[in-house]
Design a protein around this ligand. Structure first.
Ligand SMILES: [Zn+2]
Length: 118
């Protein structure tokens, strides 16, 4: 397991998490991910393996549809830092673009069939 750090763009939301080495990314074609276009971690991080710190009420949450997934974003800069997934409630997929030392757009990626969950 490797310890990673990350943040939103303005720095109001910071986080650290432990995960196997990140060598691949996942994109999802569901209605919200298609609009965001972010590369996410293949691993859904268990809550005991992530620490989140946010200034004041910077961390906001958007939900829709089944209201299971929790799409967290910074209310100051608008960047979605991580999502509590619908398939693993309480587990976090990380926006790899927010992770220090990772060039998310240059990782090999798979496209997840999220459309069939919409
Ligand atoms: Zn921010």
């Amino acid at each position: 397991m490797i310890r990673y750090t990350g943040s939103c763009h303005c720095g109001a939301v910071k986080f650290t998490f432990s995960a196997p080495e990140i060598e691949q990314a996942m994109r999802c074609d569901c209605s919200i991910c298609a609009r965001k276009g972010i590369s996410m971690s293949m691993t859904a991080i268990a809550p005991e393996n992530i620490e989140i710190s946010a200034k004041g009420d910077a961390l906001s949450t958007y939900q829709f549809g089944s209201m299971t997934a929790r799409h967290h974003f910074c209310s100051q800069c608008g960047i979605q830092t991580f999502v509590e997934t619908r398939l693993n409630p309480g587990h976090y997929r990380i926006n790899l673009g927010c992770v220090d030392g990772i060039n998310a757009l240059r990782l090999p990626e798979i496209i997840y069939d999220g459309q069939s969950l919409d």
